[in-house]
Ligand binder design. Structure first.
Ligand code: ADP
Ligand code: MG
Length: 349
């Protein structure tokens, strides 16, 4: 082929595609061959048939400079987070994590002691959540560090929760509170900038413990899953909140073929995060909606389960499910209705 030929095939820059559009483009023609593959791409985990239960598989990758900045991320915390964010995907299917594999690519910038630190965090999370660390791969990288984790879990057939089971009139529920992880990141980035301008200034992280813990050492939502089980509630659909409430609500809408309606004044935000938001002059709800990395659960329940759940402060009803014809809506605190978008809401509609 003449490289100077003007009739080159079209080249589409990746930047013109969002992450989800790209995944869809690459995977929408993938067929499965084995009847044991109950669900492939499209949910928090793939689902594989086995004798007594269903097996769950999920993978997540953390890339230096994209997902973490070693200027303010201790390697032990990073290792811990690499495991807990994967456990979160198993929780989203209502499953129990069982095994992980961890693959790393590292440049010679890192010492053996640095990798010891990373692994101490990985082992700590595995120990805490009783997950067996069963393998992986190690390779070199020309720059930076990449950590790729695959997780395997199990769920009873009758307990599995897909993104696709929400029905009109179901209630939309979130666990814990949102926006904290994003604010933790804001603090760390602010302190990094101050340090870069004047390295003699020590970082001042006092008073921000909650948000920093949410960013640096997130725990998976296993405790909420246990409470749901004790309350004998099986959500009709569920997803973990890794990218922000609005984006996850839209995933449920798309997979379940329904509309969702979120109420701004119901979205749970921790009081320390509220205070930080006013300090930064930012809207905490915007970050609950689009900040991400909170690793809480968003799920839907049939209204008959409302009585069982309503007194538990771990859960907040943030909206409800509608017919698909009603679209995805965001009701602002002043009562005005807007179109829900993956980045929050559209104030013009
Ligand atoms: P999550 O936010 O829960 O980690 P993702 O948005 O990363 O989920 O992925 C959505 C779905 O697409 C999942 O089923 C995942 O397994 C699949 N997926 C993501 N990236 C790829 C890829 N490069 N090739 C094949 N499947 C992918
Ligand atoms: Mg997920």
């Amino acid at each position: 082929m003449d490289i100077f030929d003007d009739n080159k095939p079209n080249i589409t820059p990746i930047s013109s595609f969002g992450e989800f559009k790209l995944i869809d483009r690459l995977t929408n023609d993938i067929k499965t061959f084995n009847p044991s593959t109950i669900l492939g791409i499209g949910d928090d985990c793939a689902v594989i048939k086995s004798d007594k239960c269903l097996k769950l598989i999920s993978a997540d990758m953390l890339v230096e400079g994209v997902h973490f900045d070693l200027a303010y991320t201790p390697l032990k915390h990073l290792g811990y987070k690499a495991i807990t964010v994967n456990i979160s995907d198993i929780c989203a299917m209502n499953g129990i994590p069982k095994q992980v594999t961890v693959s790393i690519a590292v440049s010679n910038r890192f010492s053996v002691e640095a990798l010891d630190e990373l692994y101490s965090g990985i082992k700590l999370a595995c120990e805490k959540y009783k997950v067996d660390f069963v393998g992986g791969d190690t390779t070199s990288s020309t720059s930076g560090m990449v950590i790729s984790v695959s997780i395997f879990g199990e769920v009873e057939k009758k307990k599995i929760t897909y993104r696709s089971g929400a029905k009109p009139n179901d209630l939309l529920v979130v666990t814990g509170d949102l926006g904290g992880a994003y604010f933790g990141l804001q603090i760390l980035q602010r302190e990094k900038e101050i340090f870069n301008e004047n390295p003699t200034i020590q970082p001042d992280l006092s008073g921000y413990d909650y948000a920093l813990q949410r960013q640096l050492k997130p725990e998976p939502p296993t405790k909420y899953q246990k409470i749901l089980s004790e309350l004998k509630i099986i959500p009709t659909s569920m997803i973990d909140i890794s990218d922000g409430l609005s984006s996850e609500a839209l995933h449920i809408s798309k997979s379940s073929n329904v509309g969702v309606c979120l109420h701004e004044d119901k979205i749970p935000v921790d009081h320390t995060v509220m205070n930080m938001a006013s300090e930064f002059n930012l809207n905490p709800i915007a970050f609950a909606l689009s900040g991400g990395e909170d690793y809480e659960l968003l799920f839907t329940i049939n209204q008959k389960d409302y009585e069982k759940l309503k007194k538990d402060p771990d859960f907040t009803i943030v909206g409800y499910v509608t017919d698909i014809s009603e679209g995805n809506n965001f009701i602002a605190s002043d009562g005005s209705s807007h179109k829900l978008t993956s980045q929050g809401w559209d104030s013009t509609k």
